[in-house]
Design a binder for this molecule. Structure first.
Ligand code: GAR
Length: 215
């Protein structure tokens, strides 16, 4: 059973998809702690509903960002967390957390990295006029959405798409691939060589879209 710690800033629908996968028995994991950095994050309500411990940690209470991340790392370690999941956590995480959990922090990003990193990945894709976008789960390093890619999934983009319509289409896939990436980790199937993530027992179907993992 894998011990998870989740960090979120807002709505928490990705957090919910992880809870749902665990409760459905698809993911052998347990969420030990949710940490939010916003006092009104709806993710906190979801934790309450599912009897998951929650801490609101206000970044403004700390003299600098490193001390904030040391606090977070300490709370996660104290609960035996083995994998940290960034589920809509709208901050670039820093060394004190990354060094405590090397290749043990996963993030979901609403674009096909390395395209459209940072905020509003869906808006950036719609504005650029790409025909395909999607979402990426990756390990977190010190850059902005630059860590090794674990899984990606693609969606078509229409010229009529807005940030809102594209976000909805991408979000459906986020809810599938994030629990899937965590499951691969929980089953001990991921190894990182440089920036390449190897997945044991993962076959590419030559006739299918190479971007989509077997869900
Ligand atoms: C998701 O679309 C996630 O990919 C994105 O924020 C949303 C959070 O939704 N994350 C980022 O843009 C990180 N750079 P949620 O709170 O409902 O899971």
């Amino acid at each position: 059973m894998l011990n998870l710690g989740v960090l979120a800033s807002g709505r928490g629908s990705n957090f919910q998809s992880i809870i749902d996968s665990i409760e459905a028995g698809r993911l052998k994991a347990s969420v030990k702690l949710l940490i939010t950095d916003k006092s009104d994050a709806y993710a906190a309500e979801r934790a309450k509903k599912h009897s998951i411990e929650h801490l609101y940690i206000n970044p403004k209470d700390f003299t600098n960002k490193d001390v904030f991340y040391e606090k977070i790392a300490g709370e996660l370690s104290a609960r035996g967390v083995e994998l940290v999941v960034l589920a809509g956590f709208m901050r670039v995480v820093r060394k004190p957390l990354i060094e405590r959990f090397p290749n043990r922090i996963m993030n979901i990003h609403p674009a096909l990295l390395p395209s459209f990193p940072g905020l509003h990945g869906q808006q950036q894709a719609a504005d650029y006029g790409v025909r395909i976008s999607g979402c990426t789960v990756h390990f977190v390093d010190e850059g902005m959405d630059t860590g090794p890619v674990i899984v990606q999934a693609a969606v078509p983009v229409s010229p009529e798409d807005t940030e809102d319509t594209l976000s909805k289409r991408i979000l459906k896939l986020e809810h599938k691939i994030f629990p899937e990436a965590i499951r691969l980790f929980a089953e001990g199937r991921l190894s990182v060589e440089g920036r390449i993530v190897k997945i044991r027992g993962y076959c590419v179907d030559e006739d299918a879209c190479l971007l989509n993992p077997p869900l």
